[in-house]
Design a protein. Structure first.
Length: 351
């Protein structure tokens, strides 16, 4: 069967608009399949690539990191797991160029997905809901479970509760929401830091306590709470890019270490590249920034867990999606809306 592909193209570096044009169709190779895209989720990375001209060198280019759709072609290496017609969500590796083609980027009608970064979607779950996960899961898991970052225990069904606490700043963001749910389902107590208006969302994901990031006394509030709980602190996860957040987390961990008897790992894992340089107060800051997911073993476990969690209704589709258009022609409108700032929701374009 011949497939006619189209994509939303960035025709030049820092081009203010995407243009919908034909794009080559690429068949899968080992450990790959191709989907007919049904939903695309938008991410701050999409805005940054377009507005700042970072990460990509070859133009015209296609970006996009989160997709969901129906399988149309499967390499024989995956034929025991996936079949044509399966409904899946997956991470689109938009920095991958093969034979000069952006075949793995999300803003197109046919996308090449790479195992293990694929999960089947149950029949009762809409594409627009499942598409909120891929980049958030990969980013959060790289910060939580990699042996180069916090090296936490992996999430699993029925994980025993641990007498250990993780701090998550930016807990209502896409990456933060994924991190909260994975940590909770690995047995950790999670303390979420987010806007006051998003606390109910964060608690619905399993966080034990929430604190308002805008409160001038938030550092001391968290230190007092941790001291009262008596639980070991395994570190902190900064799910948003902010120097001030890194400074606050370093201060929190240092104060727990120096003013309480609580055992604490003075380690912050951040989504921001270059965050290591922002370490202070004897606290180490690390960043993994996703590329490690291809060389580290944890993604196999994470994506298997995600598939099972969706099937067992043990995961929240968070932050909730907001459909902002239908068709590739609406992608630019969605990117522009995201650039203006959104809170506790994931913008989605249906295809």
């Amino acid at each position: 069967m011949t497939f006619q592909n189209r994509a939303s193209w960035l025709t030049a570096k820092q081009s203010p608009v995407n243009e919908v044009k034909p794009a080559p169709y690429t068949s899968p190779i080992a450990n790959e399949l191709v989907i007919k895209t049904k939903a695309i989720a938008l991410n701050p990375a999409d805005v940054a690539v377009q507005k700042l001209g970072i990460l990509l060198e070859k133009y015209p280019a296609i970006v996009g990191c989160d997709v969901a759709g129906e399988v149309v072609e499967v390499d024989p290496s995956l034929s025991d797991t996936y079949q044509v017609g399966d409904r899946v969500t997956g991470a689109a590796f938009c920095l991958t160029i093969r034979d000069g083609k952006y075949c793995c980027s999300g803003f197109q009608e046919y996308v090449v997905l790479q195992a293990p970064h694929i999960a089947k979607i149950p029949a009762h779950v809409a594409f627009q809901d499942a598409v909120v996960f891929p980049l958030g899961m990969d980013t959060a898991s790289s910060c939580l479970f990699s042996d180069k970052t916090l090296a936490l225990d992996l999430p699993r069904t029925g994980a025993a509760k641990q007498h250990k606490t993780l701090l998550v700043w930016g807990a209502s963001s896409s990456v933060g929401a994924c991190g909260v749910q994975m940590a909770v389902q690995a047995g950790y107590e999670v303390i979420g830091i987010a806007s006051q208006r998003n606390h109910e969302l964060v608690k619905s994901l399993g966080a034990t306590a929430c604190f308002d990031h805008s409160d001038a006394t938030v550092v001391d509030q968290i230190v007092k709470y941790v001291e009262g709980s008596g639980k070991e602190v395994v570190g902190a996860f900064s799910a948003i890019t902010s120097d001030s957040v890194l400074d606050s987390l370093c201060e929190i961990l240092d104060k727990i270490s120096t003013t309480t008897t609580i055992s604490v790992q003075k380690l912050v894992s951040s989504v921001a590249p270059g965050a290591e340089a922002k370490a202070s107060r004897g606290v180490t800051v690390v960043t993994n920034f996703v590329p490690d997911v291809k060389s580290n073993g944890f993604p196999v476990a994470i994506w298997a867990w995600l598939k099972n969690a969706m099937a067992q209704n043990s995961i929240k589709y968070a932050p909730p999606c907001e459909v902002v258009g239908k068709g590739l022609e609406e992608v630019q409108q969605g990117v522009d809306l995201l650039a203006k700032g959104v809170s506790a929701k994931k913008l989605v374009v249906l295809i």
